[in-house]
Design a protein around this ligand. Sequence first.
Ligand SMILES: NC(=O)c1ccc[n+]([C@@H]2O[C@H](COP(=O)([O-])OP(=O)(O)OC[C@H]3O[C@@H](n4cnc5c(N)ncnc54)[C@H](OP(=O)(O)O)[C@@H]3O)[C@@H](O)[C@H]2O)c1
Length: 446
Amino acid sequence: MKEGTIFILFGATGDLVKRKLIPAIYDLHSNGEKIKIIGIARRQSNPEKLINASKKYISNYNKKTLNEIKNNMSYIQMDFLNSEKYKLIKKELRKIGYTRKLFHLSTMSENFEKISENLKKINVIDNNSSILYEKPFGNDLKTAKKINKKIKSIFSEKNIYRVDHFLGKELIEGIIFTRFSNEIFEPLWNKKHIKSIRFYLDEDINLKNKAVFFEKYGVIKDVVQNHLFQLIALTCMEKPKQINPHSIQNEKAKVLNKLKIKDSLFAQYKGYRNEKNVNKKSKVETFAALKLEINNKRWKGVPIYLKTGKNLSKKDTKIVIEFKEPNCSFSKPCNFENNYLEIRIWPNPGMSICINEKLPGKNKINPIKLDFCYDCKFGPNTSKGYKEVYLHALNKDQQLSVSFNEIINSWRAIDKLKKNKLYSYKPKSKGPKELLKFNKKHGIKL
Ligand SMILES: NC(=O)c1ccc[n+]([C@@H]2O[C@H](COP(=O)([O-])OP(=O)(O)OC[C@H]3O[C@@H](n4cnc5c(N)ncnc54)[C@H](OP(=O)(O)O)[C@@H]3O)[C@@H](O)[C@H]2O)c1
């Protein structure tokens, strides 16, 4: 066996592989990781086509490295539900003969059981293997339990990674450090001092090429059950006993267990039903706003607000922690703004704290922002989810993997959600006009 890693990408012709996985492998290779890639999907394709399609998602790529990746890649055209074909994978793995194998199931979860069973049959999983399952893990609590039971009967938990690449973004990984290593935050991080916590995940892309997937999931299962609930869990959890995967996952699971959805608003962008592969009468939501509560001692009564949508005016992922009204008894008029901490994931990764300050030459208060720009301090391109996910898996570190308890608790909350009316909104807008009313009702100021 030779030292090196083989990435086996199920769903190699898909959007995720093109936009994120090949670029992540490119970065690892550039950092000196010895790699080979086996791509698997049904369409006719080849390494050259796949690498070319990824080019524009790799910032400042150089041709030599790209060529090396291409020369280290093979493509197997097969139906991954057909067990007969797995001998082709086994043959290719043998031929390469590298020590580490990372199987990434970049496909919908309805395929997870079958692919896992087939991998078991060809006997290619060993202690040095990681099997990565994409989110959403299941379609509801029942299917998630069924999939988990099956994969646990085949592989050991230490080989299993339930991926949520948001956990690999630097600003998100950093949330617990911001909280627990700063005396100016942690003592205030509770219902006595915090007025609301808001989570935003706005995307500007439409669903032109993702409808087959999206029609089954909608925005709630695409990003709320996983990415946004993970953000809530990290922001609101109790201090873990230690910084290790088990302690962190445990604390996150406890928050998710107490999460209750109290109100909701759903919408679909105009023209969605005309996208390729979309049902002309589709009721799938492409936008959601939710009000939630965490029913525990720290957070009871604090509104948690969440907004996400596709085809909106801009891409914007952030967390806003708004503190309660400051005491302004010594100042007339009382025009203090509430302090807030904003954690920006994208764009302009970084953080701002808004405080009230005196205007020069006047006895008047004005809110100002203290700003931390992540890229200015640490350099650009440091916040790459999948590269981190891969590095952790290669180091056998499950900190960026989601435990099954977290998944169960997330689905429990989502399964109870009743979809009420579906509003509509203009593409490239801020969302449905009913959002204003929803925000007003919940005292949300954007
Ligand atoms: N796209 C993203 O930005 C993103 C981000 C985070 C997570 N994810 C998750 O990643 C997964 C994949 O998403 P995606 O956007 O890449 O989906 P996608 O574009 O629809 O790709 C699905 C891939 O699976 C292959 N496939 C489907 N059935 C197959 C079969 N029976 N045999 C062999 N290949 C088969 C398809 O190839 P052929 O049609 O050629 O067979 C295609 O390569 C989803 O679970 C999604 O939630 C996606």
